[in-house]
Design a binder for this molecule. Structure first.
Ligand SMILES: Cc1cc2nc3c(=O)[nH]c(=O)nc-3n(C[C@H](O)[C@H](O)[C@H](O)COP(=O)(O)OP(=O)(O)OC[C@H]3O[C@@H](n4cnc5c(N)ncnc54)[C@H](O)[C@@H]3O)c2cc1C
Length: 399
């Protein structure tokens, strides 16, 4: 469980940057700014951090970015390395994407529960002298040419040069900045379950099963658990063992089917695909789920958000510590919004292709994927995309 600093009382009256929301994105931003000598104040309305495993995939590019913050080695030591991603239709492998050849020091996908990622980021924030002010809820924002005044639900105020909303999908910062959040909601729900189960396929592989009933993703987690993610039309709020067993039986391997022994944690949630119309409104910025939400297929959400935070931290540091011109901050939206637009489109495609229910179309899809599996350049390009190594313009400039 993430243990936090329980002292909303110690809230300072001023800051260079006020960060609203201490999820993985806010923690990354606060630790990066504090390490660079910028006075950042991080607040969260919850009395303590979330302790559920939610986003479990950390991709190569995120590990590269977090290495600068000295957290990647800690994450790797607590995660499980998956070097392959396969797309399957029951027992047939349609495509194998190998991360082992990626041009990075982290040629794999790291499976690590989100509460562990948040704990590692919080440890780093504390190590560089920062903290989370909890419970501390933002109520309103008013900006002028010199700064932003943020008012908390308690009536306390903070005056900051800049405010960043890392306050998730229902962002109050986004609402106060008047930024639209366009997109839609998937008709289906997503089921997530962390289970103990008998499973004969390797722990080093993440498997996406296509099925007319909906997709199911199976991956191993540290501690002998497996993560199941599936799309379903109707699901109970906390799916139980029998529900998850029926899902993997209907959609997973036929030969040597899985046997779910128990469910450690499960959840059902509706997924939206939405993108903020802007990432900046004057002195207010958005990052993470406040700026983009999409299907969890491909495990891109938290990764894209952490990379937003690293990009914005570098730009705010350049302006606040190194005297760079304000225009540097405009580049944040130029650089990162296009990445999120690509992620929203890609995850939408994966989700729709995975759930095709017309038999002829399914056959055509499977044949096409199987044919593409013979083309190494296609497999490599998909690995570069999924690992987010290909989509970060900053990295393309570095390499
Ligand atoms: C059940 C579930 C399962 C998921 N599974 C996956 C998955 O399998 N793969 C994947 O990639 N992603 C998944 N996600 C999404 C992933 O968890 C998010 O992408 C990630 O948490 C985004 O991080 P964030 O820091 O932007 O926002 P969040 O983690 O949402 O953090 C926002 C923080 O802001 C705080 N806050 C909100 N409003 C205020 C306010 N007014 N004042 C102060 N604080 C405020 C909240 O308390 C919260 O701590 C899942 C999400 C959920 C809910």
């Amino acid at each position: 469980m993430v243990v936090d600093d329980q002292d909303a009382q110690g809230l300072p009256g001023t800051a260079d940057v006020l960060i609203v929301g201490a999820g993985p994105v806010g923690l990354t931003l606060a630790a990066s700014l504090t390490a660079a000598g910028v006075t950042a104040v991080l607040i969260d309305k919850q009395a303590e951090g979330a302790n559920t495993s939610r986003a479990c995939v950390v991709h190569s590019r995120t590990l590269e970015v977090l290495r600068d913050l000295q957290v990647s080695e800690h994450l790797v030591s607590r995660g499980l390395i998956a070097s392959k991603f396969t797309v399957r239709d029951r027992d047939r492998v349609l495509m194998t994407i190998d991360f082992g050849d990626l041009p990075t020091d982290y040629p794999y996908t790291l499976m690590v529960p989100q509460d562990v990622t948040e704990q590692v980021l919080l440890d780093r924030l504390r190590a560089v002298g920062g903290q989370v002010h909890r419970p501390c809820e933002l109520a309103s924002l008013a900006q002028d040419s010199d700064g932003v005044t943020a008012t908390m639900a308690t009536g306390d105020t903070i005056r900051a040069a800049y405010v960043v909303g890392t306050d998730g999908m229902h962002s109050k910062v986004r609402e106060h900045a008047g930024i639209g959040f366009t997109g839609d909601t998937y008709a289906q729900s997503f089921v997530l379950a962390d289970v103990h189960m008998d499973w004969h396929l390797p722990d080093t592989e993440v498997m996406l099963y296509y099925s007319p009933a909906g997709l199911v993703v199976v991956s191993a987690l540290p501690g002998g658990r497996h993560r199941i993610v599936a799309t379903v039309d109707e699901a109970p709020e906390s799916p139980d063992r029998d529900f998850v067993q029926a899902l993997v039986e209907a959609r997973g391997p036929r030969q040597r089917p899985a046997r779910v022994r128990d469910v450690v944690w499960s959840s059902r949630f509706r997924v939206h695909h939405r993108l903020a119309e802007h990432y900046r409104a004057g002195r207010i910025f958005l990052a993470g789920d406040a700026a983009h939400v999409h299907s969890p297929a491909g495990g891109q959400g938290m990764n894209t958000g952490i990379q937003d935070a690293a990009c914005l931290a570098a730009r705010l540091t350049a302006v606040l510590r190194e005297g760079a011109a304000d225009a540097v901050l405009d580049d944040y939206e130029t650089e990162r919004r296009v990445v999120a637009a690509g992620v929203v489109a890609m995850t939408d495609r994966i989700t729709r292709i995975a759930t095709i229910d017309s038999v002829p179309l399914r056959k055509a899809r499977n044949a096409l994927l199987h044919a593409l599996d013979w083309v190494p350049a296609v497999r490599h390009s998909l690995a570069m995309r999924l690992s987010e190594l290909a989509v970060d313009p900053h990295r393309r400039l570095q390499h």
